[in-house]
Design a protein around this ligand. Structure first.
Ligand code: HXC
Length: 259
């Protein structure tokens, strides 16, 4: 697929990087961009050499939300029956390898929701998060009212969804929305370093860890713990478990083969 609204590259042959690239509209998300993003992530997911992915935007905007100009004239039939906007937003949830959001500038509306669909968020110190849909007479439509309270609790999620105010990077880190805040000029270095760490590990164990943590948001504690236990047991069937433990015992670096 030829990409027009994103740029796609790999780093060290192991990290798949997608840069949202619609600068004049602050990376406003339209169907074409989301189709391209989904296709790029799926192709990285299917590539055995890739161990981790990063989604990033520009210094000024990760993404300022869904494209308001496109949405302005849509009817209920357009968005409900013909599924104009949300049809491809959940693609990212099906990606099995880790996806890091490296966020600078605005991450608003659908942009904020996109960051929350990633596995974790590394933010530059100029990042701003918000769900300003209420100002447009709508509400978040790609998981914002569900993932935000899970990430930062009801009080702050309600505050954000009802007032539409933005949260800066420091507040986002304090609240648990982002895992790390770094100076703007270090953002990609930090995200790449984290991705390369992940790439060193067994892809099977990494995928199992991702699936297990995600299960915490889908199920109750007992079922979640049981899911984790079975996944933990299953990893003893992998060559990588033997390799990882043998390497530790023999004081050498593990060489995982993803088997
Ligand atoms: C379309 C957008 C846009 C958007 C910005 N632009 N956000 N175009 N959709 N979401 C365009 C502007 O129209 C402008 O184009 C250019 O980008 C630069 O934006 P400015 O407003 O001039 O920049 P600035 O003054 O720095 O303000 C930045 C901003 C503001 C605070 C981010 O642009 C803003 O409030 N944007 C809207 C944010 C928002 O409401 N997001 C939620 C959308 S609803 P021109 O041509 O004038 O230069 C949503 C629903 C998700 O996301 C549903 C998911 C299924």
């Amino acid at each position: 697929m030829a990409y027009e609204l994103i740029e796609v590259r790999t780093e060290a042959g192991k990290v798949g990087i997608v840069t949202l690239n619609r600068p004049k509209q602050l990376n406003a998300l339209n169907n074409q961009l989301m189709d391209e993003l989904g296709a790029a992530l799926k192709s990285f997911d299917a590539d055995p050499a890739i161990g981790c992915m990063i989604i990033t935007g520009s210094e000024k905007a990760f993404a300022a939300g869904a494209d308001i100009g496109a949405m302005a004239s849509w009817s209920f039939k357009d968005v409900y029956k013909d599924d104009y906007i949300t049809r491809n937003w959940e693609t990212i949830r099906g990606i099995r390898k880790p996806v890091i959001a490296a966020v600078s500038g605005f991450a608003l509306g659908g942009g904020c929701e996109l960051t929350m669909m990633c596995d974790f968020i590394i933010a530059a110190d100029n990042a701003k998060f918000g769900q300003p849909e209420i100002k447009l007479g709508i509400i978040p439509g790609a998981g914002g009212t569900q993932r935000l309270p899970r990430a930062i609790g009801k009080a702050k999620a309600m505050d954000m969804a009802l007032t539409g105010r933005m949260m800066d990077a420091a507040e986002a880190e304090r609240s648990g929305l982002v895992s790390r805040v770094v100076p703007l000029d270090k953002l990609m270095d930090e995200a790449l370093a984290a991705a390369l760490v992940i790439c060193e590990f067994s892809q099977i164990a990494v995928m199992a860890a991702k699936e297990s943590v995600n299960r915490a948001f889908e199920t109750g504690l007992s079922d979640g713990v049981m899911f984790e236990r079975r996944m933990f047991h299953a990893l003893f069937a992998t060559a990588d478990q033997k390799e990882g433990m043998d390497a530790f015992v023999n004081k050498r670096k593990a060489q995982f083969r993803n088997e």
